[in-house]
Design a protein around this ligand. Structure first.
Ligand code: FCB
Length: 459
């Protein structure tokens, strides 16, 4: 099988998030996060599971590191649990929590793996949720910047790549509007406040990180989802335009242009927050890179019954098993496998947003993996990765400023409201025994990295 060709200094990594892998929710003085609360609320996790153990990474980070070395990764994206470092989200620092991340960074560096650290991957400290509504409250943006400074002061001498937020769209839209992620609210006022305050928090943190560690590189990770009209009717075309602004351009325009896009911004005038004089300046300060999470395209249509926004995105063909519908292969998350729009998205960032330095900070797929004689054969994941990585390699050849690719995920983990039912890993994890098995796709990735002649230790 041919391997996609990347430049020789390209970073190949895998991504994870604290809540999804760490477990040990109360160890060493950790405070609760909204995900600890949400995942223990009856009926919220589809499988009834929780993440109290998950991959046991907090207890044993070395086990994950050995896997990274075996896969030949030269970069690793992980997130820090805010409430491990600041159990109340602000104030008193929990040194033991901070020490854990210092040790993790040291372990990575010893193995020649470059850390990319996400400061917020959806797990707001519960104390701040109670104090001011999490990011729906403006104060949280300022507490977030304080927290970022605490972390960067402790790690910034060794770790140089920082991602302020992961996917503000998902946290805000699914957490505050659609109720599918923590904190599980259905409130349009909170949703748009949270979105604005997340971007404000990003801008404030960016300043503080640069001040604390001048040679650090700071970026923001957005999930980008190209939206197509479900039909050629003008009303669906108009709906897709608004949907695109809701999913993508609200965040892209905010950080790259310092404004929010119309008609979306006008449509939500009844619920939107007041934007203070300097907010957009703070939000749109130049950042060092954009992190792109890419999963699939979606189709939107006009929906008279959706207040303010007037669109709905077609239900993906989920019935929780991978299937082919109308000649197209879907993952068991119901996501269509279709790499051309990934290429188009990267080209759009080049042409419309000034070709920023970029990293793919997440891309991957879940399938129904089974263990057969101690092995996991996942040809669909290999085909997926091959087509998406080839699209990225083509985008680089066409001038896109892309420097690294983090596969979601290093290993099977707690997939939010889907519990352990969705496996995205390059490594299979039996969460009851903590046994790990490198899947065929993991071996494919290891070979691909070796094939590029990349130094194993990333020097
Ligand atoms: C992304 C999240 C990540 C993981 C993948 C499958 O939206 O950032 O934590 O759940 O989806």
């Amino acid at each position: 099988m041919p391997y996609p060709q990347f430049p020789s200094n390209f970073l190949f990594g895998a991504a994870t998030a604290a809540f999804q892998i760490e477990g040990s929710p109360t160890a060493d003085g950790k405070g609760k996060s909204i995900w600890d609360v949400y995942s223990h609320t009856r009926g919220k996790i589809r499988t009834g599971e929780n993440a109290d153990i998950t991959c046991e990474t907090y207890r044993n980070p070395e086990r994950d590191l050995a896997l990274m070395t075996e896969l030949g990764l030269n970069a690793y994206r992980f997130s820090i649990s805010w409430s491990r470092v600041l159990p109340n989200g602000r104030g008193q620092v929990n040194q033991k929590g901070l020490d854990y991340y210092c040790r993790l960074v040291d372990l990575l560096l010893e193995r020649g793996i470059t850390p990319f650290i996400t400061l917020f991957h959806w797990d707001t400290p519960q104390a701040l949720q109670e104090l001011c509504g999490g990011f729906a409250g403006r104060d949280t943006a300022y507490y977030f910047a304080d927290y970022a400074e605490v972390v960067v002061k402790a790690l910034g001498d060794r770790a140089k790549n920082w991602i302020t937020l992961n996917e503000p769209l998902e946290h805000c839209a699914f957490g505050y509007l659609l109720g599918d992620l923590a904190p599980g609210h259905h409130n349009p006022w909170e949703y748009i406040r949270a979105a604005h305050h997340q971007l404000l928090g990003h801008g404030l943190a960016l300043e503080r990180i640069h001040a604390a560690s001048p040679d650090s590189r700071v970026g923001l990770t957005l999930s980008l989802t190209p939206i197509f009209p479900a039909t050629s009717q003008p009303k669906d075309i108009a709906a897709a335009h608004v949907a695109n602004q809701f999913f993508n351009d609200f965040f892209l325009d905010g950080v790259f242009k310092g404004s929010y896009p119309d008609p979306f911004w006008s449509k939500i005038r009844l619920v939107r927050p007041s934007v203070k004089t300097d907010d957009m300046k703070i939000i749109s300060q130049p950042m060092d890179f954009l992190g792109v999470n890419y999963y699939s395209r979606e189709f939107a249509r006009a929906a008279w019954n959706v207040p303010l926004l007037g669109f709905w995105v077609d239900e993906t063909q989920v019935n929780h098993r991978e299937q082919v519908v109308n000649g197209r292969q879907y993952t068991n998350f119901g996501r269509e496998i279709y790499a051309p729009t990934f290429y188009d998205t990267l080209m759009r960032l080049k042409n419309e947003y000034g070709n920023p330095t970029m990293y793919i900070t997440e891309n991957g797929a879940s399938f129904t993996d089974v263990v057969e004689n101690g092995e996991v054969h996942d040809p669909l994941r290999i085909a997926f990765l091959e087509s998406y990585m080839e699209a990225a390699a083509q985008a680089i050849r066409d001038g896109v400023n892309l420097h690294g690719y983090f596969i979601w995920s290093l290993m099977d983990n707690f997939e939010w409201q889907q519990g352990f039912s969705k496996r995205f890993g390059l490594v299979y994890v039996d969460h009851a025994t903590q046994q790990r098995i490198i899947k065929d796709s993991g071996r494919w990735v290891a070979k691909m990295i070796r094939g590029q002649g990349l130094p194993k230790s990333g020097q």
